[in-house]
Write a protein that binds this ligand. Structure first.
Ligand SMILES: *[C@@H]1O[C@H](CO)[C@@H](O)[C@H](O)[C@H]1NC(C)=O
Ligand SMILES: *[C@@H]1O[C@H](CO)[C@@H](O)[C@H](O)[C@H]1NC(C)=O
Ligand SMILES: *[C@@H]1O[C@H](CO)[C@@H](O)[C@H](O)[C@H]1NC(C)=O
Length: 587
């Protein structure tokens, strides 16, 4: 026998190798994780970040009982890339999950083929392999399938989550039957025009042409059917059915999704998850659809705030967070759970209707959603609570990133950060526990799509935070706070000003980026820019191109990828799959 020839030394080595391969078993010191991410929430919308006119008692409580980060930065100013970077701990362009040049900046359809590539590793994947029960409730927006309707190559269940309930896509205007359509506004008008032209052409051909061969075989019904379907789609629109979908795991559970019952359904799912997994380590990623447009608030929070529908939505979100925190308490999980709250990026300044603002408030920070460089687009709330382990009420002003959550969770869960790729996050634990004074981020790089718009230098000796802008969007109308004429600021092209020399700000004395420095006002102007330029050069050496997930061909809607219950293309079922009919109210 081969084993007989192994000496006792070799046996020990073999045993050791086996133990290492199996990993350490989960211990009591491995906490649960409750990760909450809001959508489009501004840092200035929360009481604990200085808002005195909105009421967010539950999130404020989290901050009081935990640590509050004041310079917590999203990796991108838009949903899809920010979430990709958050889940993978690396900039979105490293996985191809950001715009290339002036192209698309986020996934547009459930039935496109782009999405988070299967070879990327999320923190959920690492924790699942460590034995955690992993679930995501809420918004995904990182793609569904690649080649066939059910391959689900980008789906949460392919990325480390064992259960999923929520939106594979995002909320959008089209999801509100009473609101104005968003994605298909132009599409429908142009489509209806095309249907008319084609219809007339077909009629003319039938009357005049193809002599001796009346088009009465299969052609007539096919052409007529196609035109009728086209007219139907363009008149009533199918975007709501195609994009506004709720899934449970691999199945479609509501199509189109029912907005008024969405918030209570998400709360019930979260409470049920916590109860089911109360005796085993879990990761719950609660990716809230709030406070993205359309602002859907139902029940007690309707009209509850003095800031209109937007304020109502913030307060409803806080209520949902409160429900989930209470469920932690009720299951005796509060002290064993590492709870985190953030937003995917800053508030949406251009969102408004005739009654006023419909987007978030970024406090003293300039800019907002869609802007990669200005602080308002990327500086977001960051709250961490772990009672008994992290000091309650601590406030940390050091620069930190949403990409830091990956290594933090992996370290606490006893897993390993992937070693075969560039990672951009650093564990927050030394900082949160007060073991170090400075965050591991000396430099940070702020992207808009795949273009570097700005870079930040936290100068350790002086404590100053320098920020250099290579490009900034041109606000229109000029002198306003955003790109109101076009609805969202671009990353490149004529809507962007390129600065040479770059704009330089010092954020500890000028957090609003109001006073650009020059050689006259700052004697170290040239030296600081030179240091930042060297850091940018070193950073750029780490960037290698990845297949673009948002290329036109990947973005396009294709019928064979459409998640659909019932009959395609009409696709319809109410909560949890009963085909069509009115949605069942939840108890
Ligand atoms: C609180 O948030 C609302 C809604 O975004 C905003 O309009 C208001 O200005 C904020 N108030 C303060 C005091 O920051
Ligand atoms: C939870 O932790 C807090 C803070 O350390 C402590 O005061 C409290 O007694 C703990 N609760 C339980 C149930 O252990
Ligand atoms: C995933 O595959 C793509 C395409 O082959 C490659 O460019 C990329 O580097 C891979 N990513 C990782 C993390 O291995």
């Amino acid at each position: 026998m081969a084993a007989a020839v192994l000496g006792s030394r070799a046996w020990w080595l073999l045993l050791l190798l086996l133990l290492m391969a199996a990993g350490r078993p989960l211990a009591a010191s491995n906490p649960n994780f409750l990760i909450i991410m809001a959508d489009d929430l501004g840092i200035g919308d929360l009481g604990c970040y200085g808002n005195s006119t909105l009421s967010t008692p539950n999130i404020d409580r989290l901050a009081r009982e935990g640590v509050r980060l004041t310079q917590h930065l999203a990796a991108a100013p838009l949903c899809t890339p920010s979430r990709a970077a958050f889940l993978t701990g690396r900039h979105a362009f490293r996985s191809g999950m950001d715009a290339v040049g002036g192209g698309y900046r986020a996934l547009q359809w459930n039935a496109g083929s782009g999405g988070l590539p299967p070879n990327e590793t999320t923190f959920a994947q690492v924790l699942k392999e460590r034995g955690y029960a992993t679930g995501i409730i809420g918004k995904w927006h990182l793609g569904v399938s690649c080649e066939t309707r059910d391959d689900h190559c980008h789906h949460p269940l392919r990325h480390g989550f064992e259960s999923f309930y929520g939106l594979p896509f995002t909320l959008l205007g089209d999801c509100d039957p009473a609101g104005p359509p968003e994605l298909d506004r132009g599409l429908r008008a142009r489509g209806l025009g095309a249907v008319w032209v084609l219809g007339l052409a077909a009629a003319a051909l039938a009357l005049l042409g193809v002599r001796g061969r009346p088009p009465l075989g299969w052609e007539l019904p096919a052409v007529l059917g196609g035109l009728l379907l086209g007219a139907w789609v363009c008149t009533f629109g199918l975007v709501r059915r195609w994009n506004c979908v709720v899934m449970r795991d691999h199945g479609v559970a509501g199509q189109p999704l029912d907005l008024p019952t969405l918030t209570p359904a998400l709360g019930a799912e979260a409470r049920s998850f916590l109860h089911r997994h109360r005796s085993r380590p879990f990761l719950l990623f609660l990716a809230l659809p709030h406070v993205h447009l359309p602002l859907v608030t139902a029940g007690p929070f309707l009209g509850s705030s003095q800031h209109g529908r937007y304020g109502d939505s913030v307060q409803e979100m806080d209520g949902l967070v409160g429900d989930v925190l209470n469920a932690l308490d009720a299951n005796g999980l509060t002290n064993t759970t590492f709870t985190y709250f953030t937003s995917d990026h800053g508030g949406f300044l251009e969102a408004r209707d005739e009654h006023g603002r419909l987007g978030g408030w970024n406090g003293i920070y300039r800019g907002g959603k869609g802007m990669g460089g200005w602080e308002g687009g990327i500086r977001v709330p960051g709250i961490v609570r772990w009672p008994g382990q992290l000091e309650a009420g601590l406030v940390i002003h050091e620069p930190t990133s949403l990409m830091d959550v990956f290594p933090t969770l992996v370290e606490l869960g006893g897993g390993r950060v992937p070693q075969d790729r560039v990672m951009d996050g650093h564990s927050l634990l030394p900082l949160l526990k007060g073991e170090v004074q400075h965050s591991a981020h000396e430099f940070m790089f702020h992207y808009c799509g795949d273009l570097l718009h700005a870079a930040r230098w936290h100068e350790r000796e002086s404590g100053l935070v320098w920020k250099m802008h290579l490009m900034t969007p041109r606000f229109q109308p000029e002198g306003s706070d955003g790109c109101h004429d076009s609805g969202l600021c671009p990353c490149s092209g004529p809507g962007v000003a390129v600065h040479s020399p770059p704009l330089l700000f010092e954020l500890t004395s000028d957090p609003s980026e109001a006073r650009a420095l020059g050689p006259g006002s700052e004697p170290r102007f040239q030296a600081v820019l030179a240091r930042l330029a060297r850091a940018v050069e070193a950073h750029r050496a780490t960037v290698t191109p990845a297949p673009a997930q948002f290329s036109l061909i990947n973005i396009l809607w294709r019928p064979w990828l459409q998640p659909c219950c019932g009959t395609f293309p009409f696709c319809g079922c109410s909560q949890d799959g009963q085909t069509d009919g009115a949605p069942e109210p939840r108890p």
